[in-house]
Design a protein around this ligand. Sequence first.
Ligand code: D5M
Ligand code: FE
Ligand code: ZN
Length: 493
Amino acid sequence: MNQDKGDIKKRILTEATRLGILLNPEALLILVENYDEKSLPTILSKIAEEAKKRNSVVVSREVVTSVIGASIRAEISAGFHTHFLAKDVEDDIEILKSYEAKQVSDDLEARRQYFADRYSKISSMLRSRADMSPYYPLRKACSLPDRSEGKTIVMVYEKRENYIVVEDMDFSTKILIPRDCDKDLREKIGRLLPDSVVGVSFYVSNSKLFCRSIIFPDVPIKKFKTIEEDISVLLTSDIHYGSQKFSEKAFLRMIKWLRDGGVTEKEREISSRIKYMIIAGDLVDGVGIYPQQEKELQVRDVEKQYGGLSNLLSQIPEHIKVIVIPGNHDATLRAIPQPPIFDEYAEKLESNGNVISLSNPCMVSLHGVKFLIYHGTSMEDIATFAKNASYDRPENAMEIMLQLRHLAPVYGSRTPIIAHGRDELVIEEVPDVFHTGHVHVFRNGVYREIKLINSGTWQERTRYQEQLGIMPTPNIAAVLALKNGSVSQIRFD
Ligand code: D5M
Ligand code: FE
Ligand code: ZN
């Protein structure tokens, strides 16, 4: 620490000498205490200007504080914004969907119902489309005479180079992919996932079904919903509290930023408009989540992990409502939909008064803007089965989920799914914002006016991730302005 401060002092003094100013000890101390690498050159050149105006080469404490202004004074005293703009706007949170734990058994009939529910929900989305006619159930389609054409709705069983094996609730068959098929069809087949439900436009030749095109259930095109109030939402995930690689310093910098907004006027304004924060899972690192994890843990007790995180979150200004959902490292059931973090741990977080704990996934409306919040475990399966999805391009996987209207289509691979009764993972209601995490890579994009945000992580690269070849982008938060839908990335390292 002393070493660090020594270095910072040297850096400030070198820069000051370059500008021809002398800092008195008190002035130097303030600059050291409020050091920020990025803003230092601007601040010092303003100080030099001010000193020149005052006809003095020696810079006093007064000059420094007058330049850095209200933010430093506030920081020296309480470290708080003098006025939070977001406080002037009333809360407006509506929980549209959050799942509780359900009784499950290994009952085959319940599993059949699950896939029937998936098929029925997605096929009714498809049936409502004008381009789905003339429609034939699969059995009927297979009995049509040569040169007939039509549409059918199938669940993909298997995808091969030259054909797909498909089924509906009554029948199963192969649909051949013509050798001369166009780019659009190739591309769509690349995106198809096992167990997804899609429409197929087919023709019959030699008593066989051939695929002309694939029709994704997809999301309709609509405008992004903006609101009157000038408030923002900070989106983040994958804190991994308790891991040796958790970057506490960067996370604290973010919390400090929420409290005082940093040095520039613009930053202070952005920070003071934040009214909500969403954390999309992997709040703590957990215990026993992957092989030999204990070697990489700083805190080896789950209760202490949630306790420690709760202490950090308690420093977030009270008017900011924090919505949390679990990820695969959190203390709740593993299969999705995951019910909220177990009460005994969630209570620690909720003792802060401004924390709301929900399920993974869940759907929340903030001032009428709908957020679909999902940790994103299934992105691993999507990266395996879809051509254009990979761990470092999560926004492509998110786009595929929206096109297939399902958060975790692939069953029986890496993502544990509760395949019992109703399928809660079908994207029935179209969101305005789709927020995920899990792959530890910050990316944002837009699909049909839906904001896609994968919010990165606060964990540096672990040895396990090195082995897997995963390159995380830690310490970045996304801020979404609800007034105009703009998304900014804010770095805290
Ligand atoms: O996931 C962090 C990253 O590590 C994310 O990109 C997924 C990847 N990951 C996690 N577990 C596995 C396994 N078993 N195989 C391949 N890739 C994996 P997190 O949930 O934070 O551990
Ligand atoms: Fe994670
Ligand atoms: Zn995860």
